[in-house]
Design a binder for this molecule. Structure first.
Ligand code: SF4
Length: 507
C-alpha cells in the first residue's frame, strides 16, 4: 500500500527525514459495545446523588402521576431520574432543560443516569416547576439526612440576603399609560385572531401564536396589578407617577445590586447553619432591603427542621428594632452589627459624601438639655419626631449659620444649605440589651465569623451553579429555582463531608 504523504512533515533541512505521525480517519464507521454501568467511575458524584435521592421519600412526586398499571396510557419518566438529572445539571452549572436534553445524547454521566435514553426538554422543564410542595418536602428530607449525620446543630445560624437578577431587562419596565396602551393592543390582536383552523399557516403555528399573544396579554394584566400594588406602597404623588412595572416579569422589582447598579431583581434570603455551612432555609422576596426578613427566615427554619435556631447572626441590614423585638419574643439570641454602624446607614451617608468621622456615633447626646453636640462642639437642637412601630425617632439639627462657617462642612454635610441633621432612636429595652451585648468581645468574635459562613453558599450558588440571573419569571417559579440551587448545594456538602469520607474509609 502506498504511504499517505499528507501525514509526514517535509524535511526541515538537507539530510533530515520527514516526521512520521498517526493518521486520523474521520471517514470510518464503527459499532462499539457500551457498558452503561462503566460510563462513570465508582466514586463519581452522580452515583452519590442517585444513591441519596433513592433513599429519600419520593411519594409526593409519585402521588401526582396519573399513568398507572392496568390502565391505558404511556409510562412516565421516573421522578427519581428527573430529580437526579436536575441536581446533577445544577451541580455542573447547567440550568436549561434544552441543554440537559442535549447532554443526554452524548455526555457519559447523563447517559448513565438515563440508561442511554434522551428525556424530552418539555418533560424536564415542566418537572422543575410543577412540584412545589414535593420539592419543599424533598429539601426537608435532605436536611433530615444532614441533621442525622451531625452536620446541622442549629446552635448558630448565619442569615444573609443576596440579589439575583430577574429574567427581564431594564427596558421592559413601563409606566401605567404605556402598559395600558400595550394591553389594549394585545386584546385587539387576540380578538382579531379568530379560528386557528382558518389561518393560512399550519394549525400548529397558528395555535402557538395564539398562545403567545394570550400569554402576553396575561403578563400585561399582571403588570398593571403589580403596578397598583407598588403605587399603594408609595406615599408621595410624585413617586406614584414615576412607578413602573416590567411587562416581561411583572413580579420583579428594581433593586440595588451588589456592584452598586440598579436592575430588575429578586431578593434571595439564605440561612446557613454554622456547623458545616448547610443551608437550613431559603426564601425569595420582592423586598428591596433585608430589614424585615429575619422573622420569616426563623419561621422557615422551624418549619424545615421542627425547632428554632438558638442564635441568629446577621449583618447591619437586619439589626433594626422590629427584628430585635421579634427575636427577643422568639427567644432567639441575636448577634449583629449595631444599627448606627450598619451598612445601611453608612451607605446612605456615603452616598451623600459624608466622611466616616462624622457618622452618628461621632455626635454626643446630652440628656440634660435633650440636644446633640457635633465634633466641632456645636449644638444640634431637637427638631421633630416620628414613631415607627414601638420606636420613637427624634431628629436634631444644627444651625445653618454654624455649619456654613464650619471648617468641617465638606466632610460633615456637603451640599446642604440647612444645618446638619441627625436621627436618634429611643432605645427600647431590647435595643439597649442588644447594644450592650454587642459591645462585648465574645459577641464581636461571633459576629466576625458571619461573612465566612453566610456568604459562602451565596458565592457558591452564584459561581458554581451560575445563579446570577433567574431563567424563569414570577415569584413562585424563581423561588423554585432558588430551592433547586440550594438543594444541590446541600447535597454537594453531603457528598463532600459524608459520602466521600465513607467511601475512603471502606476502600
Ligand atoms: S458642619 Fe455643622 S454639624 Fe458638622 S461639624 Fe461643622 S458645625 Fe458641626
Amino acid at each position: 500500500m502506498e504511504k499517505d504523504k499528507s501525514w509526514t512533515t517535509p524535511p526541515k533541512g538537507e539530510g533530515q527525514r520527514p516526521v512520521r505521525r498517526k493518521a486520523i480517519n474521520r471517514q470510518q464507521l464503527l459499532l462499539r459495545p457500551v457498558e452503561v454501568e462503566k460510563l462513570v467511575e465508582e466514586d463519581h458524584p452522580v452515583r452519590a446523588i442517585w444513591e441519596l435521592v433513592g433513599r429519600l421519600n419520593l411519594e409526593p412526586f409519585y402521588a401526582e402521576i396519573e399513568s398507572v398499571e392496568g390502565v391505558a396510557g404511556r409510562p412516565v419518566w421516573d421522578p427519581q431520574l428527573l430529580i437526579c438529572l436536575w441536581l446533577y445539571a445544577y451541580k455542573d452549572g447547567v440550568s436549561s432543560a434544552r441543554e440537559i436534553r442535549r447532554l443526554c445524547e452524548y455526555h457519559p454521566v447523563y447517559q448513565w443516569l438515563t440508561g442511554l435514553e434522551v428525556v424530552n426538554y418539555h418533560t424536564l422543564a415542566d418537572f422543575r416547576i410543577r412540584h412545589k410542595e414535593a420539592l419543599d418536602q424533598l429539601f426537608m428530607e435532605v436536611l433530615g439526612v444532614l441533621s442525622h449525620g451531625g452536620l446541622i446543630t442549629l446552635q448558630r445560624v448565619m442569615h444573609d440576603g443576596t440579589k439575583v437578577k430577574a429574567c427581564a431587562s431594564d427596558k421592559s419596565f413601563r409606566r401605567k399609560k404605556t402598559l395600558q396602551d400595550h394591553l389594549r393592543l394585545a386584546r385587539e390582536r387576540v380578538e382579531q385572531m379568530g379560528d386557528p383552523g382558518s389561518e393560512e399557516l399550519s394549525q400548529r403555528v397558528a395555535k402557538a401564536r395564539q398562545r403567545a399573544l394570550r400569554e402576553k396579554q396575561q403578563r400585561l394584566e399582571k403588570a398593571l396589578k403589580e403596578l397598583e400594588q407598588i403605587e399603594a406602597s408609595r406615599s408621595k404623588a410624585s413617586e406614584k407617577e414615576k412607578t413602573r412595572a416590567s411587562s416581561t416579569d411583572p413580579e420583579a422589582r428594581v433593586m440595588l445590586q451588589a456592584k452598586g447598579a440598579y436592575g430588575p431583581s429578586y431578593n434571595v434570603q439564605i440561612s446557613t447553619d454554622a456547623e458545616a455551612k448547610i443551608i437550613v432555609g431559603v426564601g425569595v422576596t420582592q423586598a428591596a432591603t433585608d430589614a424585615a426578613e429575619l422573622e420569616p427566615a426563623v419561621e422557615r427554619i422551624e418549619a424545615n427542621l421542627g425547632e428554632r435556631p438558638k442564635q441568629m447572626v446577621v449583618d447591619g441590614g437586619l439589626t433594626n428594632q422590629a427584628t430585635m423585638e421579634a427575636m427577643a419574643q422568639k427567644q432567639v439570641d441575636l448577634i449583629g452589627a449595631l444599627p448606627e454602624r450598619s451598612g445601611v446607614v453608612g451607605q446612605r451617608l456615603k452616598q451623600r459624601g459624608v466622611s466616616p468621622d462624622f457618622y452618628p456615633q461621632a455626635f454626643e447626646y446630652e440628656a440634660s438639655t435633650d440636644c446633640c453636640r457635633c465634633p466641632a462642639g456645636k449644638v444640634l437642637q431637637y427638631e421633630t419626631e416620628e414613631r415607627q412601630g414601638a420606636s420613637l425617632r427624634r431628629r436634631y439639627r444644627a444651625r445653618a449659620s454654624d455649619c456654613r462657617g464650619c471648617a468641617f462642612q465638606a466632610q460633615c454635610c456637603p451640599g446642604t444649605k440647612r444645618g446638619r441633621s441627625l436621627v436618634r432612636s429611643e432605645a427600647t429595652p431590647e435595643m439597649a440589651a442588644f447594644q450592650s451585648k454587642m459591645e462585648t468581645p465574645e459577641a464581636q468574635a461571633i459576629y466576625k465569623q458571619r461573612a465566612g459562613v453566610a456568604e459562602f453558599p451565596n458565592a457558591w450558588i452564584k459561581d458554581k451553579i451560575g445563579l446570577r440571573q433567574f431563567r424563569l419569571c414570577g415569584l413562585v417559579k424563581v423561588t423554585l429555582e432558588a430551592l433547586w440551587a440550594c438543594l444541590t448545594y446541600n447535597i454537594c456538602q453531603w457528598i463532600r463531608l459524608c459520602w466521600k469520607p465513607q467511601r475512603l474509609a471502606q476502600a
